[in-house]
Design a protein around this ligand. Sequence first.
Ligand code: CA2
Length: 145
Amino acid sequence: MKLLIVNGPNLNMLGIREPDIYGRQTYADLCEWVRSVCRREDIECEIVQSNHEGALVDAIQGAYGVCDGIVINPAAYTHTSVAILDALKAVALPAVEVHLSDVSAREPFRQISYAGMACVKTIAGKGFDGYEEAIYYLKSQLKSR
Ligand code: CA2
């Protein structure tokens, strides 16, 4: 089983600013956490982070025929990107949307999620643990197919 983990703009800045919202751990810590969960679950993973919408679309398209599922935190593109929504629909892989913060309790502009419209589940407000929950969820869904 192989999962693509996609992280959007500014997530590479984790731990540097806004620790009250996103915590003090860095992006490298997040990648290590995801890798350790996947190792434990015997899942192969590829982790991609980009600040560029097209690069995120390319990464999602690249999962077609290669990965079994996608965990995606599109960051700010969550709330703006029809291109990422279309890419998720195009590859038609089971995808779980993850947000570190509880977007439902934040600004009105964060209440819309385009990517979420193509996802089987959304997990928000659980920090790094949200990625673990997403990986477990996809594993259980994929195993029961
Ligand atoms: O809560 C999340 O995971 C978000 O996807 C994070 C995005 C935000 O735009 C979404 O609404 C919710 C922001 C990514 C990280 O932004 C940083 C900003 C300052 C310092 C460090 C990271």
